[in-house]
Structure formats: C-alpha cells, structure tokens
Unconditional design. Sequence first.
Length: 321
Amino acid sequence: MFKSRFYDPRRMSILAKLIISCLIASIPLYVVSLIVTSMGAASVKDNITRSTMSHLNFYMNALEREVDHLLEQKKQLFADDDLQYLSSLLPVMSDIEQTSSIQRVVRKLLTIKESSAFVEEIMIDIPMLDRVIYTNFLQQRFPEEHLKFLKAHIGIGKSPIFTDGQKLYLGSMHPANAENREVDPVFTIQVTLSIPKIQNILSQISSGTGSSLIFSNDASWHVTEGEGSELATRALDSLLNVEGIGTSSGQHSIRIGKEDHLIFYLNSLSCRPRSLTSYRRARSMARSPCTGDGSGGYRSCPSSSSSVHRSWSSGRSTGRC
C-alpha cells in the first residue's frame, strides 16, 4: 500500500513533481554545459599552444640571428690583413707597424663585442706575437691546458658552443686544418658568451609567467633564466629522453609532484648535430645552443627552445625547450 502510494504520480505532492520536472529539464542543460566547457578548454589549450610556439619561434629566430652575426664576424677575422700580418709576418714588421696593427685589431674586436647582445669578451691568441689580443689591448697567452681544451672542442662537426663548466664559448682556429690537429694554429679566436645576457633573453621568453631553459642535446651545458630548480632538472631530464628531441619540435607532458606540466620544445633547423632547448612553466592555469658544420654553418647557438605549462586536467582549467 505504501509503495503504490509512493510511486503513484497522481498521489505525489506538487513540490515533488516540480523537483522531478526541474531535474529532467536540467539534464540536457547539464550535458550541453559539459560539451561547451570541453570545447572551451580545448580551444584555450589550442590557443595557448599556438601562442607559445609562436612566442618561442620569435625569440629563437632572434637568438639565431645574433649567433649568425657572431659567426659571420668571426669568419671575417680570418681574412683580416692585420691579423694575417701579426700571425705570419711579425718579424719583418717594425714596432710602429706592430702597434698600429694591434690597435686596429682591438678596435675591430670592440666593434664585434658592442654590436652583439651576447658577447662578454673576445680574444685572439697569436703564437708568433706571444700575446693574446683582446678588447683591452694585450695580455699573456692562454695557458697550454686551455689551448688543449679549445682544440678539443673546436672542429668540423662539433658544436660551435661549448663549456668549461663555468663559461660558454665560441671558438675557431686558423688555418681550418688546425682544428683537426693536423697543424698548429697561427691564431685562435675565443668568444666568451655572456650568461647574464642570455638569461635576460630567456626571461623575456617566459615574460614573468614561468621559467625558461636552453640547453644542448647532450646536456653538456644549459642556461636557465634564474637559479636552477627541481622543475628545471626534471624538465631537462624528461626532454633528453624524448625520441628525436634534437631534430624535431613539439610538446611533451611530464608529471612533477601532483601537478602535470606541458613542455613545448623548439629546435633550430640550422643547429647540428646538437640543439638547444628551453622550457617554460606557467605558474597558474586558469585557462605557462648547438652545432654546426664547424665552419659557422650553424645559425648557431640556440638550437631548441621549449616551454612548460601546467596541463589541462579534469575538473579544473589549467594551462621548450
């Protein structure tokens, strides 16, 4: 008797009927809202992805142009008359000619340094002169250990950017076969890159919404926009395990702690055999160098750039390397 009265629509109260009617009417609205929310989240994710990759492309192109400029300036030094005289004809030059040639070379080095956004210092070691010419004039020659280090890292097929664990360098030897240790170089060019200036560019990539990292494919060196962090280390390790990371661009997701992160990475097509990568991590999601052919064929240092964002996850809106 109780069950039949309870389920008999004719005996239900008006309030119960209203509640049931509202529930039935709200189901389609709920389904539609879920669909709209899902489509909105997908649209936001797509917009952020395209915006981030476009952002990375812009700064990667800027980095490549800078290093292209450096490599071109370095190549022009090989044909410089003053350098040729100082490295090959020094014994037949008078003291006045030597001083004048050195001063002209110093001015050229200053021009290269001041015209580049990344150069900290540029030096040329000349054995015949028994001195190093740099932007403040002259100093003692490089230690033998440092010359061996440079020779080990300069050459065809090697990355134009290398490190001694503290600084980043670009280097060249003249003649070219000296790089392959067939002959002793008549002069060696060493360009020291400014890590603070590179970090400044990386901070512009993140624009205050995350952090950026640029590194070689073999992780022999990397630069972050600030102090290293567990996130940077985890992102770096994760990217190095991505198949084809040195020759492709795209995105990769990782989980750090209880948060999912989306890494966007971008490789320089002109950088071989190694690439650089930077990553960016967004703080909130309500919706964030390389190789060459040894002859300056790399647009140089930054070979890949990526960004890391918190990924979209169920139940909340969430947002190179």
